[in-house]
Design a binder for this molecule. Structure first.
Ligand code: CP
Ligand code: NVA
Length: 330
C-alpha cells in the first residue's frame, strides 16, 4: 500500500513505521534536489501554519518558516500568545485549528504537543520537547545517508554523552526502526530511560539492527557516525555542575574519532554546540569550571569529518518533507 501521511501529526517517531520514515527521507532528498536546481515549489500553496516556541530556537524556527515559504505557504511565528496564561491550552488549540492547517510546537512537556493535536484537529509537529526531537532525527539520518556511501541499515551510529535526552531518544528510536546499530556511550547515570531502552532494543533486533549502552569510549569502534549533543538541555540549566562532573570524560575529541578505527566516520551534532568560548554560556562555564570546550573539541567540530552544517541545512529539507507529506497538495 502506498504511504499516506495526510492529516497525521508528528509527535514522536514511535508513531511512524519504517516505511513512513523512509518515505519522509526520500521526499526530503527530492525536495533538496529541487531546491538546489532552483525549481520553484508550490506544494504548500494555500496552506497556513503557526509556530509556537516555549523554548529558544534558531534552526527549527528558520527551517519551518523557510520550508513553508519555499513551497508557497504562510507561516505565523506566535511568540506571545495567551496560551496557558489567559486562555487554556484547549481553547487556544481550538482557535488555532480554525485558522491554520498545521501547528509546530517546541516546548517542555510532550503532553502539551499531544493536547494541541487532540484539541486543534490539525496536524501538530513536535519541534522539540523534553522527551523527543523527531524532526532532528530525520535530518540526522538524511545527513548520514548522504555521507556513508552505504545503506543506513549497514551503518553504526555512536551517540556519546547525555544518552537520555530528547535528541538521543529520537535517534535511538529512528535507528531501531530502520535497523541501524545504535551505540549509546554514557555514564550509568545518563543511560536511556529503562522502558524506552527495552522497547528499542527489542525493535532494533527485530529489524536487523541493535541498541547497546556502554560506559567505555571503546564502544565507538566501527562507527560510521559519532554524534553528541549539549550536556545540559534547555530547562536543565541548574544541572551544569553535576553534568560537567558526569560527562567531562565523554567529550568527543580527535582521540574519540580515532577510536572508531574508521577514517570515513563523520561527526554529527544537532547544534548549538559548545566547542569554543564564543558564547555567553561557554564563557561562564570557562570561568566557573575552567573548561574551554565541552561536548566536542573545537578541533573535531571544525575538522573535515564534521558535517554539522550539512546536518543543519537538512533540517530545512526534512521539515519541508514533513509538512508537504502531512498537509501538502501532492
Ligand atoms: N538543533 C536544533 O533544534 O536547533 P535550534 O534549537 O536552533 O532550533
Ligand atoms: N538537547 C538539546 C537539543 C537542542 C536542539 C536541548 O533540548 O536543549
Amino acid at each position: 500500500m502506498p504511504v499516506q501521511l495526510k492529516g497525521r501529526s508528528l509527535l514522536t517517531l514511535l508513531d511512524y513505521s519504517a516505511e513512513e520514515i523512509r518515505y519522509l527521507l526520500d521526499l526530503a532528498h527530492d525536495l533538496k534536489r529541487k531546491k538546489r536546481a532552483g525549481i520553484p515549489g508550490g506544494l504548500l500553496r494555500g496552506r497556513n501554519v503557526v509556530l509556537i516556541f516555549e523554548k529558544t530556537s534558531t534552526r527549527t524556527r528558520c527551517a519551518f518558516e523557510t520550508a513553508c515559504w519555499d513551497e508557497g505557504g504562510n507561516a505565523t511565528f506566535l511568540s506571545n500568545s495567551q496560551m496557558g496564561k489567559k486562555e487554556s491550552l484547549e481553547d487556544t488549540a481550538k482557535v488555532l485549528g480554525r485558522f491554520y492547517d498545521g501547528i509546530e510546537f517546541r516546548g517542555f512537556a510532550q503532553q502539551t504537543a499531544e493536547e494541541l493535536a487532540r484539541f486543534s484537529g490539525v496536524p501538530v509537529w513536535n519541534g522539540l520537547t523534553d522527551l523527543y526531537h523527531p524532526t532532528q532525527a530525520l535530518a540526522d539520518l538524511m545527513t548520514l545517508e548522504e555521507h556513508a556511501g552505504k545503506p543506513l541499515a549497514d551503518c553504526k551510529l555512536a551517540y556519546v554523552g547525555d544518552a537520555r535526552n530528547n535528541v538521543a531518544n529520537s535517534l535511538m528510536i529512528i535507528c531501531a526502526k530502520l535497523g541501524l546499530r545504535y551505540a549509546a556511550v554514557c555514564p550509568k547515570e545518563l543511560r536511556p530511560e529503562a522502558g524506552l531502552l527495552k522497547d528499542m532494543t527489542r525493535l532494533a533486533k527485530a529489524n536487523g539492527g541493535s541498541v547497546t549502552v556502554s560506559s567505555g569510549l571503546d564502544a565507538v569502534k566501527g562507527a560510521d557516525a559519532v554524534y553528541t549533543d549539549v550536556w545540559v538541555s534547555m530547562g536543565e540549566e541548574a544541572r551544569f555542575a553535576e553534568r560537567i562532573r558526569l560527562l567531562r570524560g565523554y567529550a568527543v575529541t580527535p582521540e574519540v574519532m580515532e577510536k572508531t578505527g574508521n577514517p570515513r566516520a563523520i561527526f554529527l551534532h544537532c547544534l548549538p554546540a559548545f566547542h569554543d568560548l564564543n558564547t555567553a554560556t561557554g564563557a561562564e562555564v570557562h570561568e566557573q569550571y575552567g573548561l574551554s570546550e565541552m561536548e566536542v573539541s573545537d578541533a573535531v567540530f571544525r575538522s573535515a569529518q564534521s558535517h554539522v552544517f550539512d546536518q543543519a541545512e537538512n533540517r530545512l529539507h526534512t521539515i519541508k518533507a514533513v509538512m508537504v507529506a502531512t498537509i501538502g497538495r501532492q
